[in-house]
Design a protein around this ligand. Structure first.
Ligand code: PLP
Length: 471
């Protein structure tokens, strides 16, 4: 290592471990050079690298100081697309299949979309599982296999009521997680070769699913603050024959926005006018930070054209893989597909969740969970604002636990992904969120993990690497 880089690493470590704190002065160039018996030029070179990394700042007539943690960036990421864009599905295309594993399995796992498991009430769920198994004989429930356990469907219908709208339990089909709910919904409303309109960027597995089903994607420009432009949507639906829309209206992954209720109402009206069903992916509904949670588009669906897909994976019981679809007029089609593919969903986890919802303090758990997630998202946003290049733009999630980050143009997120993987840091590179492989200089980070020195180090390292890619 060169002499000036030794000084850089030494100073960076002192700042990282808190020995040097924001506002502390660094030795002047002359003093540092004399102390270390090196040239002033070497010190200047080291200090300018530290400045580039945004760890220190020069104050006129005064010297160099450790930078204060910058305020959270107020700049939102730019809208990724300018025009709607059709992408034909190509089953031959291989999209780094191992990526999902890589982003999930790292020591510092910032790439996955699974929340820190310690945030969930596993003990209570295990108790619910054994209590539920004592109460029922699973053989008795085969009659309800296709639609799912009535106790759970009833509990979900009650939850809708608590949110302020009515969804009868007969409309609800229990599925193996939100993913199966989305898959069955798409199969019920679209056929291979059809065009499905999606918001962009969109979560990685959703894009993989479209490809698996042989569906083509129509990617729409999506505002990081409140979603699709309905005027553009209207014109696009007049121009293209679209079989369905697959959208997230609450805590969109990865952008984090929640569409205002008035806009959801308009959306439902507009789609009805064009005769296009909405597959509403609402698996993050319970993770909205705002106490006055926004209802789903489903709340405004008087015609059964919204297939509302929910899940307990993100908010209660990650490994149970229990979700549902409130399928509107497509209930029969969904139930038939469910029967023809898996017959039904495993009963014990359904019984456990139904038991938990009936006997445990679900709302208290959710309040806790949201508060922790919001704190962690804020903390991570602050760290990114201070460690990442100054042009970085950051989403401001209304809920959930991911951040969508726009890095300077010079940063190739796949390269960053590979460098990071070699250091056991998992990140999700932007292009996997687009059928067209846009967002080359974007990444998504999972903020659900408790703050720790190693997390801080990982973020510092990512920020430094992004800065190094810019020079
Ligand atoms: C946006 C989004 N939709 C759906 C899913 C799948 O949900 P589930 O795990 O309940 O199948 C995920 C999981 O990562 C997700 O992030």
């Amino acid at each position: 290592m060169t002499r000036y880089m030794e000084i850089v690493e030494e100073m960076a470590n002192l700042i990282a471990d808190g020995s040097l704190r924001p506002g502390d002065p660094l030795p002047s160039v002359r003093t540092a050079a004399a102390q270390r018996k090196i040239s002033k030029g070497t010190v200047v070179q080291a200090y300018s690298v530290l400045e580039n990394r945004r760890l220190i700042e020069a104050r006129p007539q005064s010297g160099f100081y450790v930078r204060a943690r910058g305020p959270i960036s107020t700049q939102l990421p730019r809208v990724g697309l300018t025009r709607p864009s059709v992408v034909r599905s190509d089953p031959r295309e291989r999209m780094r299949e191992t990526l999902g594993d890589l982003v999930g399995a790292r020591v510092t796992s910032l790439g996955s979309s699974f929340a820190d498991p310690s945030l969930f009430p596993m003990q209570s769920l295990n108790k619910a599982l054994s209590a539920a198994s004592r109460q029922s004989s699973y053989g008795d429930t085969l009659v309800d296999l296709q639609l799912g356990l009535p106790a759970l469907r009833r509990a979900i219908a009650k939850r809708y009521l608590e949110m302020g709208y009515v969804v009868p339990m007969d409309e609800i089909v229990i599925t193996c997680g939100g993913m199966e709910a989305i898959s069955l919904s798409l199969q019920a409303v679209a056929h291979p070769g059809d065009l499905v309109l999606i918001d962009s960027p969109m979560f990685f597995s959703g894009l993989q699913l479209l490809k698996q089903l042989g569906l083509n994607a129509l990617e729409m420009p999506t505002d990081p603050q409140d979603g699709l432009d309905l005027g553009v949507l209207d014109r696009t639906l007049s121009r293209h024959k679209v079989a369905a829309c697959l959208l997230m209206t609450n805590c969109q992954n990865p952008l984090g926005f929640t569409m205002p209720e008035a806009k959801k109402r308009e959306l439902v009206k507009l789609l009805l006018r064009h005769g296009v069903p909405l597959v509403e992916n609402d698996v993050y509904a319970e993770l909205q930070f705002d106490l006055l949670k926004s209802r789903a588009a489903k709340a405004f669906d008087a015609n059964g054209m919204v297939l509302h897909c929910g899940s307990f994976t993100k908010c209660l019981a990650p490994g149970f893989k229990i979700g549902w679809v409130a399928a509107g007029r497509f209930r029969e089609a969904i139930a038939n597909r469910k029967f023809a593919t898996t017959l039904g969903t495993s009963v014990p986890p359904q019984a456990a969740i139904a038991h938990y919802l009936l006997h445990n303090a679900y709302d208290r758990h959710l309040r806790n969970l949201r508060q922790q997630l919001q704190e962690r998202v804020n903390q991570m946003s602050g760290a990114i604002a201070s460690h990442f290049p100054s042009e970085t733009r950051l989403s401001r999630p209304a809920g959930g636990f991911v951040l969508w980050i726009q890095l300077p143009e010079a940063v190739d997120s796949f390269k960053l992904f590979e460098f990071a993987a070699n250091r056991d840091i998992g990140i999700a590179p932007g292009p996997i969120f687009s059928a067209r492989r846009r967002y080359r200089n974007f990444i998504r980070l999972n903020c659900s993990h408790a703050w720790s020195a190693s997390l801080d180090e990982a973020l510092q390292w990512l920020g430094r690497s992004a800065i190094d890619m810019c020079v």
